[in-house]
Each structure stands twice: as C-alpha cells, then as structure tokens.
Design a protein around this ligand. Structure first.
Ligand SMILES: [Zn+2]
Length: 399
C-alpha cells in the first residue's frame, strides 16, 4: 500500500517542471510530483488536499485523465486517444465520478456501495477502472467506512482519486491508505493568467478578482466573474473610504445602497453563502477550479429573487459580504497607518488609502478593525445584519 508523500517545496528547477498537458496551473512542484507518482506503478489511492477552489479538483482530474489515457506521456494524457475523448465527453465507462449532492451537500453510503460494485467488474475499455471522489471531505462516516473496505482490498487495475478541501474530516484509516499530495494556494501570477484567459479579462481585472477571492481561482471561474464584480468592489471600497469625511447620521442614509451593491460581489467574494466569506485572509468556501465542477449545482448561492424583498438569508449574505469588504478596508488602512503599505491586500488602491489613513491615528484604524471582527462574529451568532451594519457605519472613524 502506498505511503503518504508530500509535494516538495517549490523549487523552480527542471525536476519540478509541471507536466505540459495538465490543466493544473500554479502548482508546479505538486503537479510534477503527481506526474512522477503516475509513472511506473501508480498508487491505488491518491488523496489531493488543498483549499477549496485552489485547484485540488483540477489536479485530481488531470490524474484521472492520465490514468485512463491509452498513450500517456510524461506531460500527462495525450488528449487525442479514444479514452481521452471519452473522458472529455464525460462518458468513459471505466470512470466513476462521485460528488456531494442533496440538501445535506454530502456523499452518502449509496454511491460508495455502487462504486465498490463497479470497481469489482473488469474494465470495459480494457485499461483501468478509476473512481474520482470530488470534495471527499463531504463523505458521511458510513460512506467512509464503506470506502475503507475497497481501499483495504483494492481490485487489480483500479485507482481511487480523492480531492478534498481538508483531510481532518476523513478517517485516519482512509488517509493512511492513500498517497497524499498537499496543495496551498496557487502561484498568484499563474492563477491570474488562468483567470484572464478563461474569463477573457485584462490582467489588472484578473488580478483584482483573484485578490477578492482570497487567491482561489475556482469561485471566479465557477461564477464566470466579470469586470463588473471588480468595479463594484473598487467602488464599494472607495465609498467606505469616503465615509471618513461623512457625518455619521448621513452614512446611515447611504447604507442601504451599499448593502444592495454588495450583492454584486457575492458570487465572487463569497461563493458559498454560509461558511465564511472569501476576503483578504478569510475562510473561503468556493467551488473548485473547473467549470464542470459538481459543486456548481449544489452551491448555496444566495441568488437574488426577482423583484421581491430579499430573504433573511440574502440579507445576511449581503451584510456579510459588505462587512468582510469593510474589514478589508480597515485592515489596509491600519497597515498603511503603521507604515506597512507593502502588505495591503489591494496595492492598486494605495493612492486612495494613503491620504485617508493619514486622517486618523494609527490606533483608530486598529480599533475599527476590532469592531468589524466583532460585528462579523455577531453576525455568525445570528445578529441582526442591518443593526450590525448601522453600528459599524456610526462607529467608523471620522477624520
Ligand atoms: Zn489519451
């Protein structure tokens, strides 16, 4: 059984050159490590762990394509053989794809039992049987126990590839039976380029969107993010900066418009309505970096209802997006005020941040940041979104 291995730290030499035919971008060292694992005798079970939306799913699909390709090369699947065409058309008979579904957004025991049965059959195409379990951290415990049986006695010529955002929710016995590859965030230049190409955006817009999503291309690609989201984000930040020169009661009048505008950045900044928003250093819950990602269909995106009043969930989601964005502004102002402008999340906004930061004492911005953290914590504890935002608007420094 394969032992756990980790991708080596990125060293830009010939040995870590990424496989040319992989779709994975920005994970050169890990991708080349995976390519090495696939030559010779590939592991029966491979677990790829990385932050949601950062590319673990894409790398897992590269592995699947390479395993099923009839003439794989060192750079990955050939892309031209019958197997590659079937994989691309999502109709390869020897590939089973499992992803979370249903209201619980979970992988239950039934698909895992079906998988066990199908892996026991001989390959239809004569090569290997491959199972891809996407967002495997959403497997229920009974499902994991069922999978364990297959991992303990894998039929010959079968491979199980798991992609997960975190492995702490997987049974230790599952982890120990997999070769493990760990990913961090993708290289930002490569990820920006990927976004610019996939979404047809200029480099500056792609870079801003990537910063908005906490460095994860997945939510952006899933949402088909456009320049509108980047412009709405910049405008919202500008308005919050302008608030420093606005009397507190006058801010309250502008707040509803700000909350409404925050919905424009939702799909990008908070790809999943509930758990944590994607913002500077936040805890994002995007889907994975592929348009066909199964996560797209199950995503609890708080979509706007046509015409009607926003639902309580939408109000909370909008308020959360705005509070996260506001926190990002406060953080950047605190950094500029403490002479650390190089660390701001949006360096392209420095010309707007610098004069505003100078209008108040450094401690003022730090206190504002603390207030915003408290408001976000209160929102998580079901605090009233509008009241929390009112309090933040009233307390925001005036210079
Ligand atoms: Zn091929």
């Amino acid at each position: 059984m394969a032992k756990a291995v980790s991708a080596p730290a990125s060293q830009p030499d010939a040995a870590t050159r990424p496989p040319a035919r992989f779709a994975t971008r920005g994970h050169d060292a890990a991708a080349s490590r995976v390519a090495q694992l696939l030559t010779g005798v590939p592991p029966h079970a491979l677990l790829i762990v990385g932050p949601r939306g950062a590319g673990a799913g894409t790398l897992a699909r590269d592995v699947v394509a390479t395993l099923l390709c009839m003439s794989p090369q060192s750079g990955g699947a050939c892309g031209e053989c019958r197997a590659c065409r079937l994989v691309a058309a999502e109709s390869h008979a020897d590939l089973a794809r499992i992803s979370p579904s249903g209201a619980a957004d979970e992988i239950g025991i039934t698909p895992i039992r079906e998988l066990e049965a199908s892996l026991a059959l001989l390959p239809v195409e004569g090569g290997r049987r491959v199972a891809l379990i996407e967002r495997a951290d959403r497997m229920s415990e009974p499902a994991q126990n069922a999978l364990l049986k297959t991992l303990e006695e894998p039929p010959a010529q079968t491979h199980i590839i798991l992609a997960a955002a975190e492995d702490s929710s997987l049974l230790p016995t599952i982890r120990s039976r997999c070769a493990v590859i760990r990913l961090g965030l993708p290289d930002s230049a490569a990820a920006s380029e990927l976004i610019a190409t996939r979404l047809g955006l200029d480099a500056a817009t792609a870079t801003r969107l990537l910063r908005m999503s906490g460095g994860r291309p997945g939510p952006l690609i899933d949402a088909g993010a456009s320049g509108d989201a980047a412009r709405a984000h910049a405008a919202l930040r500008r308005q919050i900066l302008d608030f420093v020169g606005v009397a507190p009661h006058a801010r309250l009048r502008q707040l509803p418009a700000l909350i409404a505008d925050a919905s424009a950045i939702l799909s990008v900044a908070m790809a999943d309505g509930e758990e944590g928003g994607v913002e500077e250093g936040g805890e994002p819950e995007g889907a994975d970096a592929a348009p066909e990602s199964a996560a797209t269909s199950t995503k609890k995106s708080p979509a706007k209802r046509a015409g009607g009043k926003p639902t309580p969930a939408e109000r909370r989601a909008n308020a959360k997006a705005l509070l996260h964005l506001w926190r990002g502004v406060a953080r950047d102002l605190a950094l500029v005020a403490s002479s650390a402008p190089a660390s701001v999340a949006f360096p392209e906004d420095l010309h707007e941040l610098t004069p505003v930061a100078a209008r108040c004492a450094q401690t003022t911005w730090r206190d504002a940041l603390i207030s915003l953290d408290r408001a976000l914590a209160a929102l998580r504890r079901n605090g009233n979104p509008e009241l929390l935002l009112d309090a933040i608007a009233l307390r925001w420094p005036r210079g």
